[in-house]
Ligand binder design. Structure first.
Ligand SMILES: [Zn+2]
Length: 79
């Protein structure tokens, strides 16, 4: 809530916007250790899996969250 991904009026690529939307939907928001807001959730890809590297500023917990299932439909055509 404190860190907007895109400021109003900012012009961004639609593909990037879709990524931001997916990130907002899937990114973990709360620390599993102390249940406070996560300080950081960095999304990255490993093969076909989307992973979030998370760090909690409150208690110092770090960990990875991996998404599962076919929840994300690829928007990149096969090459
Ligand atoms: Zn924590």
């Amino acid at each position: 809530m404190t860190v907007p991904d895109g400021s109003p009026g900012a012009k961004i690529d639609r593909r990037f916007a879709a990524d931001v939307e997916a990130h907002r939907r899937d990114a973990p928001r709360f620390c599993p250790a102390c249940a406070r807001d996560l300080g950081l959730a960095t999304e990255f890809w490993e093969g076909d899996a989307r992973r979030f590297y998370c760090w909690c500023a409150t208690c110092g917990w770090t960990g990875e969250v991996t998404t599962t299932g076919e929840t994300v439909v690829g928007h990149e055509p096969e090459h």
